[in-house]
Design a binder for this molecule. Structure first.
Ligand code: FES
Length: 196
């Protein structure tokens, strides 16, 4: 018996019809498998390869190339803090250290003792104008502070209710810029990206 549910299997089977090249279906398929299993175990990757009729080595290669895919167990909630230049200049390294300390992990490969959290430093997530920022599961969080991180952790621990969040896009290649948050900007605006 496989590790993927019938529902996930059906979704993955439907992916190739959405792309001109079946290999383009690998990332959304891996995203579905990871969401279902919690991480990309060898069995999960093997099933994805079989469902898409692709070489298992190719699927594994994709899974190990992108940082948003995990081939080892991770926390139920994954915090991806951007530490690229814009976020770094606005304190991302300190926030990364704070997040790790707050959930009680000593490294990026660790899972918190309660199994709830893991923390990772990642490259630019395409929301530089709202730096520092992070992705938490499927939501982006902007203008990050230590206090905001602690509140998000408390929400996930069911200490505080989860309030409105900005949904992140599923993994479909390098992370794309998220939609801007539906809220007013602060009175002193930061430099905006130039119009295309
Ligand atoms: S540098 Fe952090 S989102 Fe771009």
């Amino acid at each position: 018996m496989g590790v993927l549910s019938e529902h996930v299997i059906e979704e993955i089977r439907g992916l190739p019809a959405q792309f001109p090249d079946i290999r383009s279906a690998v990332m959304p398929a891996l995203d579905l498998a990871q969401e279902h299993v919690g991480y990309l175990s060898p069995e999960a990757m093997s099933e994805v390869a079989e469902l898409l009729k692709l070489d298992p080595g190719y699927v594994q290669g994709v899974a190990t190339f992108y940082t948003l895919f995990h081939t080892e167990p991770v926390g139920k909630h994954r915090m991806y803090l951007c530490t690229n230049i814009s976020c770094k200049l606005r304190g991302a390294d300190d926030l990364l250290a704070h997040a790790m300390q707050s959930v009680g992990v000593g490294g990026q490969s660790e899972v918190s003792a309660d199994g709830l959290f893991s923390v990772e430093a990642v490259e630019c997530l395409g929301a530089c104008e709202y730096a520092p920022m992070m992705r938490l599961d499927h939501s982006y969080h902007y203008d990050l502070t230590a206090e905001k991180i602690d509140a998000l952790i408390a929400e996930r621990k069911n200490v505080l209710p989860i309030h409105g969040e900005v949904p992140a896009k599923p993994a479909e290649g390098p992370p794309a810029a998220p939609a801007k948050p539906a809220r007013k900007r602060a009175a002193a605006p930061r430099k905006k990206k130039a119009d295309a």
